[in-house]
Design a protein around this ligand. Structure first.
Ligand code: B12
Ligand code: SF4
Length: 485
């Protein structure tokens, strides 16, 4: 029994796009986890990643060669068209191959996916247990009657670690030289870079997002134990010698006790690699001591969904923060030398131009290191999507447009020219912020006495011809271990 998994994330950058930015340079943890479980159960598994291929004819050729019995495809809403195209080719080449679709879109809109008779099964919610059981029953010749299977939520500590090699081996086949398992996306995170997930779900209720993730992962968050995450990091250190990493968790910082235990154990195990994670402005604002601890352990930056600089809008989207907290959180990040990746939306339902201007003025104060603007996009499964339907707001006519790209209007009633201007204006740094940045950079460069000691030692060694005991040792690019008081 052979299973081929298909990653069809080409709606943004198309075929031949591997390694071009984060959309095209990261693995899918969903598929990597399914692969690990299937392999553990004794099945043969491989991957076709459309991002690495030349086009649909190439996919047909590769699929013919792979010749699987079961094909598992993952689908966000934006992946609908490429997944359906792949399925029609699969069924043309091998009608008896069994097609199974899982992921956020079939979970949010099961009936839409099942409308296509070429889809044999969909799995709603998490797939590790249910998909493995399905493949087992197909192997035993007893297929379930219902095409709609409900995933069982697994105990995350009992799952095998994500099978990253599923992706890396496939990418190598197509000539991609892998100096880093995944593509790093900011200068603060050097290669070799990896991504990891410490838990699933989120306890918050932002209406542009929820409740879709509750359908996927259940209400609230299920987190792996710190020991289990540390064990995976040790494996990643041994296997890939990673120099930096990123947590994909929606909001790693929501569980303070977990974070504190993680930081202590991360340092105790001798890890010094810098990392990023996603957080929220209100959490940073209320837990400065936790931010300090994380920065000490190696945190280099946060992704923060500031979303808006206007309190009415923040309230409307149930963001659980305020303009004031957003600004204060950014100040705290700055205090601990943390990089800010600012996610924000323009063109939300009910938002006025004055309110958009509030977002712009907030960004001038926050002065993030990375701007990540989006034009609000209604995502199936969210309460704001339902609001848009009720108020006849939606402009998205094709699944390809379920991307948060700030280049096209996704809802009615927006002045798109104004939004484009706002998008550009929001990213312009004030002169005084540019000066502050230059001063901070210079301070960082010249204020570290250890750097000078090292430089002086190297110069001394060069002058005296000495070497032993001087300069950086082999592997000296590692950061010195932090000493605890
Ligand atoms: C990391 C991440 C990314 C990364 C990496 C994506 C990737 N390759 O996985 C990047 C930055 C590239 C990304 C991009 C986008 N993302 Co994103 N992303 C996430 C995030 C935060 C984590 C994904 C993850 O690894 N989850 C953990 C794994 C284990 O879960 P999973 O992938 O869902 O898989 C499980 C189940 O879904 C199921 N399953 C999945 N596939 C299959 C297949 C089969 C056969 C079966 C049986 C089961 C199954 O079983 C898996 C294991 O339990 C999620 C939110 C979240 N917490 O999940 C958003 C999320 C998936 N992203 C989302 C969106 C909207 C996007 C973008 C469209 C944003 C944009 N730029 O406009 C793009 C689209 C990229 C593309 N396809 O072209 C939405 C999707 C909503 C929707 N209705 O589709 C989510 C849910 C966030 C949200 N709450 O809005 N994303
Ligand atoms: S937007 Fe982020 S914080 Fe809000 S509910 Fe979704 S995952 Fe949670």
């Amino acid at each position: 029994m052979k299973v081929t998994l298909v990653y069809a994330g080409i709606a943004g950058k198309g075929f031949n796009s591997l390694k071009q930015g984060m959309d095209s340079g990261w693995i899918s943890h969903g598929l990597a986890s399914l692969s690990a479980c299937l392999k553990e159960a004794g099945f043969e598994v491989d991957l076709i990643d459309l991002r690495a291929l030349r086009g649909w004819e190439h996919f047909r050729e590769v699929f013919e060669q792979r010749d699987p019995d079961v094909v598992g495809l993952t689908m966000m809403s934006v992946d609908f068209n490429p997944v359906m195209e792949a399925i029609s080719i699969i069924k043309e080449v091998k009608p008896e191959a069994i097609t199974v679709v899982g992921g956020p879109h079939p979970t949010a809109e099961p009936d839409e996916v099942l409308e296509n008779p070429l889809v044999d099964y969909i799995v709603i919610a998490e797939g590790e247990i249910t998909f493995t059981n399905l493949v087992r029953s197909i192997a035993a010749g007893s297929r379930p009657q219902s095409r709609k299977l409900i995933g069982i939520h697994p105990d995350l500590d009992k799952l095998p670690f994500a099978d990253r090699d599923l992706f890396l081996e496939e990418w190598r086949k197509w000539g991609y030289d892998l100096d880093s398992p995944e593509v790093p996306f900011v200068e603060e995170l050097p290669p070799p870079f990896v991504t990891i997930i410490a838990g699933r779900g989120c306890r918050y209720k932002c209406n542009f997002c929820k409740p879709m993730e509750d359908f996927l992962f259940g209400k609230g968050t299920r987190r792996r134990s710190v020991d289990n995450v540390i064990a995976e990091l040790k494996m990643l250190r041994d296997k890939y010698n990673f120099a930096s990493f990123m947590f994909h968790d929606d909001c790693l910082t929501e569980d303070r006790e977990w974070v504190i235990e993680f930081c202590e154990k991360y340092k105790a195990e001798g890890f010094t690699q810098p990392f990023f994670c996603q957080s929220r402005a209100d959490i940073i604002y209320h837990h400065e001591d936790m931010v300090a601890l994380m920065a000490d352990a190696g945190l280099k930056g946060y992704f923060i969904g500031f979303e808006s600089g206007n309190d009415r809008v923040l309230n409307f989207i149930r963001k659980g923060t305020t303009r004031e907290k957003n600004i204060a959180a950014a100040k705290i990040c700055r205090k601990y030398g943390l990089t800010i990746w600012a996610n924000y939306m323009l063109g939300l339902p009910t938002e006025t131009e004055e309110e958009v201007m509030d977002t712009i003025s907030m960004l001038k104060i926050i002065d993030p290191d990375y701007y990540s603007p989006a034009f609000y996009t209604p995502h199936p499964g969210s309460d704001l999507f339902q609001y848009g339907l009720q108020h006849n707001l939606h402009l998205v006519m094709d699944h390809d447009s379920y991307r948060r790209n700030p280049t096209e209007a996704k809802i009615k009633g927006l002045d798109i020219e104004f939004l484009m201007w706002a998008r550009d204006e929001s990213q312009k740094r004030l002169f005084r912020n540019r000066v502050k940045r230059a001063v901070r950079k210079a301070w960082k460069k010249y204020s570290d006495p250890r750097k000078y000691a090292r430089k002086a030692r190297t110069i001394w060694n060069n002058l005296t011809g000495g070497g032993a005991g001087g300069g950086a040792p082999h592997g000296g690019s590692r950061r010195p271990e932090l000493k605890r008081a």
